[in-house]
Design a protein around this ligand. Structure first.
Ligand code: TYD
Ligand code: MG
Length: 451
């Protein structure tokens, strides 16, 4: 006779315990231990074995899954070419970043294409949603709303209505009667996600789940459910800057190398089709300490302005700050300048800023930071029609970077006339009309050529 056994599992780290505890000894998280019943039963596989057999890849028949467009080409690209029916998509991000707005607009676009959508909100009332909807535009009839937090009720409604797409806003508000812990706890969130996963796969409908990430850990972050869903998108950006970036973190139906750029407006989110143009908006003319660099966001080149301000330090310890990039990297590059170019950076305060409020930390940005610093130090401006990219090593050498061709093409597209590129990249580069390429082997050469 098999005996049932009760054990407690930590939902964060998997720690197993025979009794319940408030704090998990494994990962020190509170309230993460959940009761589970384990019962060992004798299993016979004889019957099942007849039905299963390993197959080779060519034997598997595939059909091209019919994706549908979300009405936002930026979102479609991040999803890998459109929305896949029957997929479960998690959209995570800090509170207030615009997740509800984005998904409401997706619902609007889908409803316009006569796709049957259901927006389930556990956070806002119908009136609140209507107010938001009025700001983002006209809605057609095939979108319906529901304010409900009971998981069983929501599941039943979805099963009866059979919409083609569902939005759950947010997963942390969903509450299952079957689980005793409070809404937003790890076990509630996992229970709800498992239920939606079953609905999505069983009925072939696409379900978008909104998940909040909080630093305090009061509400369970969507990290615990990342492995359960097909696609994980993060919506990020500085709350004070208008632009937002949608980034794929996991995608079973496409690459995670793509990003989508949006701008938060008075009337909701708008796509930014050309991020470089957007980032270079308002660049000062003829100012020292400013240079245009090129960084890759996924497979997309983004031109941005690197600004530096170097001035004499009035105190013993110079101040160094970097906004939008890594401070340690800036310190390192300044040390390289001090040693290899004999610039007395040690006596100076330095402030580096990536204009536009974007965060970039790609090594290819090094050359831009270095040239901006020198330009400000020498108080000489760099030609406005020049861009640069390249990784700077500790001996001041400029090293090759990946995807150089795309970067040069982007520069040509935006009307830049010369590119400072790593010499090692020069041979493989095809000429781009209107752009002259200047290969440099080290920082010294770069300074001689443009300053
Ligand atoms: P929201 O989508 O509710 O964020 P989340 O669901 O991620 O918590 O809203 C984000 C912010 O966007 C909110 O503070 C107000 C602002 N906003 C606009 O600037 N314009 C708009 O048209 C809308 C709807 C919101
Ligand atoms: Mg919201």
């Amino acid at each position: 006779m098999a005996k049932a056994k009760t054990v407690y599992f930590c939902q964060e780290c998997g720690y197993e315990s025979s009794k319940w505890m408030g704090q998990c000894p494994g990962c020190r998280q509170w309230n993460t231990l959940v009761e589970e019943h384990i019962e060992k039963r004798p299993v016979s596989v004889e019957k099942q074995l007849a039905a299963v057999r390993p197959v080779s890849l060519p034997e598997i028949e595939t059909k091209e899954e019919a994706r549908f467009a979300s009405g936002f080409p930026e979102l479609d690209r991040v999803l890998g070419g459109g929305i896949v029916p029957g997929s479960l998509v998690l959209v995570g991000g800090d509170p207030g970043i615009g997740k509800s707005t984005l998904l409401l607009q997706v619902c609007r676009n889908l409803a316009e294409q006569r796709v049957d959508v259901l927006y389930i909100s556990g956070e806002e009332s119908l009136q609140q949603i209507k107010l938001r909807a009025q700001r983002v535009g006209q809605f057609s009839g095939s979108m319906r709303l529901l304010c409900e937090t009971g998981l069983e009720v929501v599941s039943e409604v979805i099963r009866r209505e059979k919409p083609q797409a569902v939005v759950i806003d947010s997963i942390q508000t969903m509450y299952s009667e079957a689980v005793t812990s409070s809404p937003g706890s790890v076990s509630q969130v996992r229970e709800a996600t498992a239920a939606f996963l079953q609905l999505a796969k069983g009925l072939g409908i696409t379900i978008f789940i909104v998940g909040h990430v909080t630093k305090e850990g009061v509400v369970a972050g969507p990290r615990v459910l990342e492995h359960m869903v097909d696609t994980v998108l993060y919506f990020e950006g500085d709350r004070h800057a208008a632009y937002r970036i949608l980034r794929g973190v996991k995608n079973r139906f496409g690459s995670t190398n793509e990003i989508g750029v949006f701008e938060m407006r008075e009337e909701g989110l708008r796509e930014v089709a050309n991020p470089s143009e957007y980032m270079l908006n308002g660049k000062p003319e003829g100012a020292s300490g400013s240079v245009v660099a090129c960084s890759m966001e996924g497979t997309r080149p983004v031109l941005l302005e690197v600004q530096a301000l170097v001035c004499r330090s009035n105190f013993g310890i110079p101040r160094r700050t970097a906004a939008g990039t890594d401070t340690n990297r800036v310190n390192l590059l300044m040390a390289v300048l001090e040693k290899r170019l004999n610039l007395r950076m040690g006596e100076c305060d330095a402030y580096v800023n990536i204009a536009g409020g974007i965060r970039m930390s790609e090594p290819a940005l090094d050359l831009g930071i270095v040239l901006a610093l020198i330009s400000s130090y020498k108080n000489r401006n760099i030609d406005e029609k020049t861009i640069c990219f390249g990784e700077v090593g500790l001996s001041g050498e400029v090293r090759a970077v990946s995807m150089a061709q795309q970067r040069v093409q982007e520069a040509g597209k935006l009307g830049f006339t010369s590119c400072i590129v790593p010499k090692a990249n020069l041979d493989a580069l095809k000429p781009v009309a209107g752009v002259s390429l200047i290969g440099v082997a080290n920082v010294m050469e770069a300074v001689q050529k443009i300053l």
